[in-house]
Design a binder for this molecule. Structure first.
Ligand SMILES: Cc1cc2nc3c(=O)[nH]c(=O)nc-3n(C[C@H](O)[C@H](O)[C@H](O)COP(=O)(O)O)c2cc1C
Length: 357
């Protein structure tokens, strides 16, 4: 009798174990990473993301033309290069084609791009000044497909190999460099890499945590080989660095722009509170233009000597610098008129620096 009961219990245990193994398989999510790339760097970033997520987890990595359906997948990562401050048109067409299906799935977006600073404002002839860089380039996508609410988004930065760009692209890149009021970044380089490895790592780990319910992978630096190469930044001067980011604290004043960049420990809300105090004390009307979960773009408007002027102000958090809030201040007024503006911007920078001590 005792032997019989033991047997029954053993059978029960085996059945329960088998059921729990099959339920583990049932919850293992299947992913698709679909990418659009012209010169290859978005493909490199895609396999890098896959490596951090882990080859033991199902994630198909496919170019856009290789995908005929998203039905088999629980989650979809969409990666694109940036062109004209947005993901490329075929990515919009892909999301449009599968928008109903994607709205019912977990979706993540990432971009490779030249500009990564999410406090950046661009003012070029014929356009209003507007936010650019990193995740800002995904905002049009979010507005175009509001029913798709991405779980994770990122703007990694990217790679530009100037001697191999086609003629049209080469001209565009040259033109954008000339229009940049803060001066061209990556000038004089054959290969310019703006990618911030910590952003790729933070993105892939967020997918692990938020989509797959796993812990973040540690020792992620081991996968940076997906990006590194031995080629020099400049064939004429191999000692040059491929990416020499501007410091987070930076001041640049020319007849085209008065630009100050600063940062302090804290959250985006801390940054907003500091700006409110600064604006109130300086008599500046802080008018919100855009608000995202990671940054805000304000026009700081005030009359200086009877002339109304605008300071472009952006507080932003950056994925590679957790626990800090970054700021940029820009005035496009001419130096003869903007002495008061410069004083007000410098006061803000002092307040931020005081919080950093
Ligand atoms: C013609 C052209 C336009 C671009 N436009 C932008 C842009 O608006 N903003 C930006 O940050 N990067 C821009 N880039 C940089 C690319 O997005 C970046 O180099 C990317 O890593 C290229 O990806 P790929 O190698 O996968 O093609 C542009 C590059 C080219 C060649």
């Amino acid at each position: 009798m005792v032997e019989y009961v033991k047997r029954i219990l053993l059978v029960c245990c085996v059945v329960t174990a088998a059921a729990s193994v099959s339920s583990v398989h049932a919850v293992e999510k299947k992913g698709l990473l679909v990418h659009a790339s012209i010169y290859g760097s978005t493909i490199e970033a895609s396999y890098w993301v896959k490596a951090i997520i882990g080859h033991e987890h199902h994630l198909d990595v496919k170019a856009l033309p290789q995908v005929i359906t998203v039905e088999p997948y629980d989650y979809v990562i969409i990666g694109s290069l940036t062109r004209n401050e947005k993901p490329v048109e075929p990515i919009y067409e892909f999301v449009e084609k599968f928008r109903a299906a994607l709205a019912g799935k977990e979706v993540c977006y990432f971009l490779t791009c030249g500009d990564t600073d999410e406090t950046m404002v661009l003012k070029v002839p014929g356009q209003d000044a507007h936010l650019i860089g990193g995740r800002n380039y995904l905002m049009d996508m979010l507005q175009s497909f509001p029913e798709i609410k991405p779980v994770v988004i990122a703007g990694f930065g990217g790679r530009s190999v100037k001697p191999t760009l086609n003629l049209k692209d080469s001209f565009m890149v040259w033109l954008v460099g000339k229009l940049a009021k803060e001066g061209e970044v990556g000038g004089g380089l054959d290969i310019w890499e703006s990618l911030v490895p910590e952003r790729v790592e933070a993105f892939a780990n967020e997918v692990r945590v938020k989509v797959l319910g796993l812990g973040p992978r540690e020792n992620v630096e081991q996968f940076r080989g997906y990006w590194q190469s031995l080629q020099p930044a400049s064939l004429a001067d191999p000692s040059k660095k491929k990416f020499d980011p501007r410091p987070f604290d930076y001041r640049h004043s020319t007849d085209r722009i008065h630009y100050v960049r600063a940062r302090m420990p804290g959250t985006l809300d801390d940054g907003i509170a500091l700006l409110d105090t600064w604006a109130r004390e300086a008599g500046i009307d802080l008018r919100e233009q855009v608000k995202n979960f990671f940054n805000v773009y304000y026009h700081g408007v005030k009359s200086y000597g009877g002339k109304e002027m605008t300071i472009h102000v952006v507080p932003s958090t950056l994925p590679e610098d957790p626990g800090s809030v970054h700021f940029s201040f820009r005035s496009y007024d001419k130096p003869d008129n903007r002495a008061g503006v410069e004083t007000d911007i410098d006061r803000a920078a002092q307040m931020i620096t005081a919080r950093s001590k």
